[in-house]
Design a protein around this ligand. Structure first.
Ligand SMILES: *Cc1c(COP(=O)(O)O)cnc(C)c1O
Length: 492
């Protein structure tokens, strides 16, 4: 299978696409065609465990990788590091609603599903491309990605990882998760500034040719672990198939019945993986894109105009506080079939902050996607209501999706069985969750972990419960201008 850039349609192999991340023309890599799974293949998946399901899907897209390699990667990525043997278990709420829990990995958020796999795919891809230098991953994070990337790359041979986060700009729990990270190849630093400062700093480092040359002489090159890399998107297709199989195995649907998925969306990576699964033959009726008050995508799917010129809201679901959903570019390319058209939209976005898609493209989009959004008040109300009625505890991101599903069902009457994609443990956002179920949230985040556990009788995930007792390893803070020097020191 070959890969193409969404902008110039230049070709690459799977290993090249993963090793490069971004295409040389600034576009994203997409597979030339989507493999189709027959019903027999789907039945075979139903009989397999999560690791075998992952191998079966990944190998369709990665011809240069052997089944033995992929089996080894899946065993390492989805093993004891997950606290549930099902890896991504599905929990039924009522007759037609289930949650797909993607937060049983080491950092308690769904980014583990991809970032536990990416280091294996990336290091193997670099070898296949003949790269001799070692790779240093640089990440600017607003919270979840930094920790998940650290955990994924910790002690991976021939790699290092350095994470920058905005000083005072991440939650107490998120900061402690990062600064207590173990591993001999990791570094974490605060940046004096906000998330944009940290991200701009990292982008400048990537664009610094002189720095790259100096690092290269010492055998290093820099790469990124963000969600534009095909190696991060691909592992996410697996859990849509896995969830479907689990619903069949539980007798909640019959093989061939359609499901709806509702996905709490930020960068559009998670829901795009669901659309790929649908195009590969998974019986999915509608993909419902759920947003918080930063509802750029709701407006886009309703009107065909993407417009990021609007106020930015800091919400209770911070991992969805995004105004530019970079993975949407892959969908635009697939639906328009044109690199030129996609490049035009992206240029308009860069220059004016907005673009409007053609009527045929909007028609295709609306034939598969629905959308909705939910503000913080309704998010908290949903957490409280589901807790009181079902004794099921949702985090804020999951609650946005759940409430959007309720709205969708009321507006459309579509009662197709639905899966709510649950992206974080409620213990990661204790303050909002406690407040939502009537508790008090007047203490630092780590203390609230115990309080939420006592209030609900639900044990906190082990990695979070241990947090308060772990030693802080990284207490440094740099000015933005000093970030390049911090990277050079780390790699010296
Ligand atoms: C990253 C994240 C999301 C958004 O996922 P996208 O792939 O960026 O759309 C939703 N919820 C949580 C908890 C996340 O960490």
């Amino acid at each position: 299978m070959r890969y193409y850039s969404t902008r110039s349609e230049r070709e690459a192999t799977a290993a090249e696409a993963i090793a490069r991340g971004l295409a040389p023309d600034g576009g994203l890599y997409v597979p030339e065609a989507l493999p189709h799974l027959s019903e027999a293949a789907l039945r075979a998946l139903c009989a397999a465990d999560y690791r075998a399901r992952a191998v079966a899907i990944l190998r369709l897209f990665l011809p240069e990788f052997t089944e033995t390699e992929l089996t080894r990667f899946a065993a390492a990525a989805y093993g004891e590091n997950f606290d549930d043997p099902a890896v991504a278990p599905v929990r039924a709420l009522d007759e037609t609603t289930s949650f797909l829990e993607l937060w049983h990995g080491p950092t308690c958020a769904f980014k583990d599903m991809a970032l536990q796999m990416l280091p294996h795919l990336l290091t193997a891809s670099l070898k296949k491309c003949g790269e001799r230098r070692r790779v240093c991953i640089l990440v600017a994070t607003s919270g979840d990605t930094g920790k998940a990337a650290l955990q994924g790359f910790a002690d991976v041979a021939d790699t290092r990882i350095m994470v920058f986060y905005p000083h005072g700009g991440v939650s107490d729990v998120q900061r402690l998760q990062m600064v207590t990270q173990e591993g001999g190849n990791v570094a974490v630093s605060a940046v004096n500034g906000n998330f944009d400062d940290a991200q701009t700093g990292v982008k400048q480092i990537f664009g610094d040719g002189a720095l790259a040359a100096r690092l290269s002489e010492n055998g290093w090159f820099l790469s990124s672990a963000n969600s534009i890399n095909w190696g991060r998107l691909l592992p996410q297709i697996v859990y849509y198939f896995s969830a479907y199989c689990d619903e069949v195995n539980a007798g909640r649907i019959a093989m061939g019945d359609a499901l709806n998925f509702v996905v709490p969306t930020g960068n559009f990576g998670d829901i795009l993986a669901g659309w790929y699964a649908k195009r590969m033959g998974l019986p999915v009726r509608r993909l419902i894109c759920a947003s918080n008050e930063n509802n750029v995508l709701t407006d886009f799917i309703r009107t065909g105009t993407y417009n990021k010129n609007r106020p930015f809201h800091v919400t209770a679901s911070p991992s969805m506080d995004i105004l530019v959903s970079s993975n949407l570019e892959r969908l635009l390319y697939a639906l328009s079939g044109s690199g030129e058209e996609t490049a035009d939209y992206m240029r308009a976005l860069r220059e004016t902050g907005r673009y409007t898609v053609t009527a045929p493209l909007l028609g295709k989009l609306q034939s598969e996607f629905s959308c909705g959004f939910c503000d913080d008040d309704r998010t908290r109300a949903a957490i409280g209501a589901v807790w009181r009625t079902h004794r099921y505890l949702m985090d804020t991101h999951t609650a946005v999706a759940y409430q959007t599903l309720c709205d969708y069902r009321r507006e459309t009457g579509d009662q197709t069985p639905a899966i709510v994609v649950s992206t974080a443990s409620p213990f990661k956002f204790c303050d909002h969750v406690l407040a939502a179920i009537g508790g008090s949230a007047d203490a630092p985040g780590v203390q609230l972990i115990d309080r939420l556990s006592e209030t609900t009788g639900i044990p906190a995930p082990a990695p979070l419960a241990r947090l308060a007792r772990r030693a802080v390893r990284f207490d440094g803070c740099v000015e933005r201008a000093d970030m390049p020097r911090a990277v050079e020191r780390f790699l010296a």
